[in-house]
Design a protein around this ligand. Structure first.
Ligand code: HEM
Length: 222
């Protein structure tokens, strides 16, 4: 089946967002340094009980492994790679799962100090747990050789990974409505990951429908 123009545009936009946000993370934290980040300055002022150390070291671990997950994920959905270079697909998959394991474990600590109060903290925790669950199920499915189900769960897992990007976009809109990093900002985190999961679910159902139609045509032609 050939890719439609719509899916080509989708893949182009997805790649662009990934590149922009990875460059942001590298330039801000590994080149300019965290002290120049307005987000960290604000956090030091408004988050009660926040201590810069050891939080910043934990954030670095999170960003480092988060970048791997964000960049490597899309390669895994390439049919060419999957069919022609199975070993490479397997190795990238292992790095993807390992990166999420580390980034999400330290994410549990970071979530506790999330900027934006209790709703934000709940938002980050639920996001983190959705990240762990979807990736773990995707991993267990392939151990059981349930390929179709593995593909679907890994798509859900990447939809959650991609929340790092969509949350920053929705978060900008939320800050336009209210300058405070409060209830609305926190709600945006939950909205972002739930919406991403729903989009992944829609993609899964759409491709299942397409395969059904394709099989139906094939049997009618015979
Ligand atoms: C999808 C699951 C993820 C969860 C649960 C999560 C969790 C968090 C948390 C709790 C913080 C601290 C936010 C705060 O204190 O207000 C944070 C910050 C950050 N995370 Fe993640 N994260 C995820 C994905 C990623 C990915 C894939 C990347 C890849 C680059 C990433 C990069 C960052 C960066 C750069 C920051 C610093 C904040 C900023 O400058 O925007 N995160 N994350």
């Amino acid at each position: 089946m050939k890719k439609s123009i719509g899916s080509k545009i989708g893949i182009g936009l997805l790649s662009l967002f990934i590149i922009v946000f990875v460059i942001y993370a590298i330039v801000q934290y590994f080149i300019f340094g965290p002290q120049t980040s307005p987000y960290i300055k604000e956090k030091q002022e408004i988050v009660k009980g926040f201590q810069y150390h050891p939080w910043i070291y934990i954030l670095y671990i999170h960003i480092f492994f988060g970048i791997f997950a964000l960049i490597l994920g899309p390669f895994q959905f390439s049919k060419k790679l999957h069919q022609k270079k199975k070993e490479l697909h397997r190795n990238i998959g292992k790095i993807y799962v390992f990166s999420i394991f580390i980034a999400s474990m330290v994410g549990l600590y970071l979530s506790f100090y999330g900027t934006g109060g209790i709703v934000s903290v709940i938002g980050f925790y639920t996001l983190d747990i959705a990240w762990i669950i979807t990736t773990l199920i995707g991993f267990l499915k392939i151990r059981k050789k349930e390929i179709q189900s593995h593909n679907e769960w890994m798509l859900r897992s990447y939809a959650v990974t991609f929340t790092f990007v969509t949350f920053r976009i929705w978060g900008m809109f939320a800050l336009m409505i209210s300058h405070e990093r409060g209830f609305l900002y926190g709600l945006t985190i939950i909205f972002s990951w739930v919406l991403n999961i729903l989009i992944a679910q829609w993609i899964i159902l759409r491709s299942k429908k397409r395969i059904d139609i394709y099989n139906e045509i094939k049997t009618t032609v015979r």
